[in-house]
Design a binder for this molecule. Sequence first.
Ligand code: ADP
Ligand code: MG
Length: 366
Amino acid sequence: MPRPTADRSRGAAVRLRGIVKQYGAGRPAVNAVSLDIEAGEFITFLGPSGSGKTTTLNAIAGFIDTDAGEIELGGVAVAAMRPHLRNIGMVFQHFTLFPHMTVAENVAYPLRQRKVPAKERARRVQAALERVQLGEYGNRRPDQLSGGQQQRVAVARAVVFEPRVLLMDEPFGALDRKLREELQIQLKGLHRDLGITIIFVTHDQEEALVLSDRIAVFNNGSIDQIGTPAELYDRPENRFVAQFLGESNIFDGTVQEVEGVRVLACPEGRFILPAPAADPGTEIHAMVRPEKCRITPLDPDGAGLTNALKGEVEEEIFLGSSRKLLVRTPTDRVVTVRSTAGANRDVSVGSKVFVTWDSADLLVMR
Ligand code: ADP
Ligand code: MG
């Protein structure tokens, strides 16, 4: 039977318009961020440390005042609304359970604040703990739980009062990889079950790709690009996004026309551009993903190809299902090629090779 699609109406839409936050002098921490998040959407703020993710999240939560801009939750402007009235759940990176309370008391805390009667409170606490697979742990204290379990309690506490929006700031950042992956899968299930809007912050691109309906890439206090994981990976609009999400080989050069064909002329060579290409003389960046590159031992010039780089294999990295080859060109560039584990077996460190790709796989960026 097909899985029923989630009822996303339990989430609130979040609308940001021109959010600015300046701390002291210099460039603002958040500079004119505008964003429309749909009700029930799972959106991730992805970006390096210091790019303004937490500041934006704190503005939505109401923990900081902004210098400019508007925030709407479910169509209502919230500028003047105190944080606890915004009905937003929050989970932080550092474990923030109250150490002197039991797990059940921790989860009950937001319900007490909201004066939910004891019987109803107990029922909802138990349901929230079961949602995070901790139904049996209500009587423990936080220090009797592992880090992963503590974060699951924090999630239960953040959703027990049925918020319409859940904000999560690097919640799995302090956990080891395997555990993080387990919690990511659980969080996807929770999102589907609850149907609420989740805004998730991470600097980990893989985590963003796994979890998100859409990703907003933060760079220097602004959003560079917003899109589905596939859109961002397949069509990054600029160099920063291409490099931040996945691996990339980027060539910087100028468009030229050679025998009626538009090519990118760069120090590494001349590469055919996919149509429609920019006018000759335009400076562009072009990118090809490592998995779109192929290794060939023959000189492709002889075979009439132009999309080729000559080089020597400098490093060979076994990755289980795939293999990564780092190829150094005579111009001292290192190009990354990723192939399936069985391919190019005769190629290893020291091999002289050519790297080639289909011109349709060369992506032109700003
Ligand atoms: P991120 O979460 O993406 O790592 P932040 O939003 O925490 O980034 O920070 C963005 C910028 O604002 C950084 O340069 C940071 O140093 C600065 N910043 C954040 N909080 C404060 C603060 N309370 N006082 C001064 N500067 C701050
Ligand atoms: Mg942060």
